[in-house]
Ligand binder design. Sequence first.
Ligand code: BGC
Length: 365
Amino acid sequence: MRRRSLYKATALLALSVTVAGCAASGTSERRLVGVAMPTTSQERWIADGDNVSAQLDALGYDVDLEYAENDVPTQIAQIESMIDAGADALIIGSIDGVALKDVLAEAADQGIVLISYDRLIRESPDVDYYASFDNQRVGVQQGTILLQGLGVLDAAGRPTGATGPFAIELFGGSPDDNNATVFYTGAMSVLQPYLDSGVLVVPSGQTDFATIATQAWDAKTATARMQTLLPAYTGTGLRLDGVLAPNDGIAIAVIDAVKTIGYGTDEQPFPIVTGQDAELASAKSIKAGEQYSTIYKDTRQLAEVAVSMVRTLLDGAEPETNDTTSYDNGAKIVPSYLLAPQVVTIDNLQSVLVDGGYYTAEDLG
Ligand code: BGC
């Protein structure tokens, strides 16, 4: 008999004995949660997987945590085997937002609870809930801090009257990740007026998402693209003032590339480079005065949201949401709980990341 059927058979009994905090212990058999994460090539997803697993484990669930190393067929196969193993719930950080439709239909047929984790799964009516950060806000924060770093906006976000022109280049995330376009749209909502007025210029002329996107968020791809842009800034007198980098991996790639043409000295300081994820290498880079900013998204909190959604749904109740309009995945509007992202620069690195317990002072060196 499949594990799911066992759960159904014992559900009533379980409900009558369930007490808060023992969601999985009221049944005669532990319930299984499959956790499918996109890649271990980036620190944040390792932390996400660890946090989600640890929290599920503490609640008494069995956990199958798998990483697909950015390979879509691998992720589909992993989800299929979670379904075959009798998973009761799936928490999925997708690679390609539209590729999971069929396998999720299979999961839904089995009555499996499905949480879209951090990235919206698209074109599937079978996604129950979405746990993420306010991704539009992330983009707005990235655009705003870029303008603040350039001195176009002051610390309170008011225009300073600086006319520039400031030369910037734009990088986007992976086109198959729904978040990437949301970040881009958010950032452009604050940058576009300054591009229109000529305060900002993009010497490469590359501003549309398809051109600036970075497949699989791959740092090497970003380095290669930055290198193709650099000749405009060597021996021409043109200075690169800023780079919209959508995450920390791409920020570090950009910084490494501009170092090769002499940026990072008193005479030629680094451009203002944004980021996202508060990865350790970037936190250190900010401390060293290289990367300008990152966006802190506490993966411990995101894990809590996703785990609490699973527990609530398996207990037959409705999870808490705080956004039921923003995330239309093409098949339905997915009820969401969105956490607040926070901008980090050298000014609040200590108070947010160290005092907040994300890193120790020793971690930052
Ligand atoms: C996440 C970012 C991450 C990026 C690359 C996005 O979907 O929201 O935090 O940097 O994927 O993995």
